[in-house]
Each structure stands twice: as C-alpha cells, then as structure tokens.
Design a protein around this ligand. Structure first.
Ligand SMILES: O=C(CO)[C@H](O)[C@H](O)COP(=O)(O)O
Length: 243
C-alpha cells in the first residue's frame, strides 16, 4: 500500500465513528482531505452532518464536494473532530501545524467532545520532536518573540534552529494573519513544560503541541489499522488494539 492509500484507510476507519446528526470538526492536511472525500460520498447518499472546517483550505474542499458547513460562531459545541497530525506519541500528545492551521485546529478540537486523529504509521514516535514544532506568532515583534522562544526552550535544556516559515520569498501567513516559527529543538521529553513556557511569551499566539485533546488515534499500516486509545486518567495504561 502506498502512502496515499494508508491515509485513505485511516480516514475510512474514522468515518465509522460518524453518525447522522453529528456536528463535526474537520481537520486540515492531506489525510484530513481524504476524510473529506469519503465524508462527501456519504453525504451524497444521505448522511446528514455538518462540519466546521479548521482552515480556509478545508472549507474550500468541503464546498467543492458538497459537505454542509457551519462556523464555530453558529455551532460552538461539536461532537467530534477528525484531523491529521505530524507526530503522535503513545499518550496521544501530538505535534500539529505542518499545514499551518494549528490555531484553528486547536480551537476546534477544544470545542469538541472527542478528537480522533488519523495518520499513517510513519507519524508514530516514542518521543515528540523529530518534526519541527510549529509556533504561531504575532507579526508584531517577530524578532523579540524568536529570541524569547529560544530562551524559554534553553531554560528547559532544549535548543536548535527556530526558523520563520516561508512561502517562496514571503513569510507564510496563517488564516488568522500570523506568522509561523518552526522550532527544531529535537526530542521534547516534557511537552507540558514547553507548552507552559511558550504560552507565557506574549508574542506567541499558539503552538502545535496538542496535549490531552486526542482521545483516539487511528493509525494505518501495511498490516492493517491500529486504534490507540488515550489513557483516561494520568498514570493509567494506554490500550492498543489491532483491528
Ligand atoms: O496539522 C496539520 C495542519 O496544520 C496537519 O494535520 C498535519 O500537518 C498533517 O498533515 P498530513 O495529513 O498532510 O500529513
């Protein structure tokens, strides 16, 4: 199975969790787009849901494929969000934001009763940080924020390049009008400490560590689908089922 087929299989397994009448958060990225395509097929045959997209890119695709949309203003409480991730650890802490949508993705996930993350097996890691951590920052004071991010990481024993994400010769601008810093700190043993340290910096709008948001990960590999459930309480075990 090639990489695209694995994404399709993860998306198909997630679709089984969608039922009539649901208010859905709909993620961003190539895996989430496979989910939108399958969801659109179900809508065409009578499934009645509506979705809140996590990016303009996802909103456009949903519009093209006929997936009914709402906004978080109209529908501030959602039943389920289905989204991809850049990295997933065994506790279902995620790195997200490779597609630049982390702020809306986090707001939508936090407004949802449940979040299911879908991915191919290459996204699973023991410790997050192989993928550079996206940090969404205000355009004002960019250099000062870069310095503060590096200093905050340094206090936690983390270091590495912090680079401004570019699109060609221009900085990448998020749907919210912000910039993204990609921080290559290497492995992040204490995600909570880094999250707190980044949130304490005024120029940081949000970061791509998703802690305690995903309840289930559906991981596609050549040997099938693995469903990983987050531990319900800190310290309790994490279940791994292979279907
Ligand atoms: O966080 C994201 C976008 O901001 C995506 O979910 C993440 O980048 C994964 O994308 P893909 O499914 O294309 O690998």
């Amino acid at each position: 199975m090639d990489a695209r087929q694995l994404k399709v299989e993860a998306a198909r397994a997630a679709l089984a969790h969608v039922s009539d009448g649901m208010r859905l958060g709909i993620g961003t990225g190539s895996t989430a787009e496979e989910f939108v395509r399958l969801l659109a097929e179900k809508v065409a045959t009578g499934l009645t849901i509506f979705g809140v997209p996590t990016s303009e890119r996802t909103a456009i695709l949903c519009g093209e494929l006929g997936v009914p949309l709402s906004t978080l203003e109209e529908t501030p409480e959602l039943d389920l969000t289905i989204d991809g991730a850049d990295e997933i650890d065994p506790a279902l802490t995620l790195i997200k934001g490779g597609g630049g949508a982390l702020l809306r993705e986090k707001i939508v996930a936090a407004a949802s009763a449940r979040m299911i993350v879908i991915a191919d097996h290459s996204k699973m890691v023991e410790t997050l940080g192989r993928f550079p951590l996206p940090i969404e920052v205000n355009q004002f004071g960019l250099r000062a924020t870069e310095i503060a991010v590096a200093a905050a990481a340094g206090r936690l024993g983390l270091s590495g390049p912090v680079t401004l994400r570019m699109t060609g010769s221009q900085p990448f601008v998020t749907d919210g009008g912000h910039f993204i810093l990609d921080a290559s700190f290497g492995r992040i043993p204490d995600t909570r400490a880094l999250s707190n340290a980044l949130h304490a910096i005024p120029g940081v709008v949000e970061h791509g560590l998703f802690i305690g948001l995903a309840s289930v990960a559906i991981i596609a590999g050549s040997d099938g689908i693995q469903t990983v459930h987050a531990a319900r309480k800190p310290g309790s075990s994490i279940d791994h089922d292979v279907a």
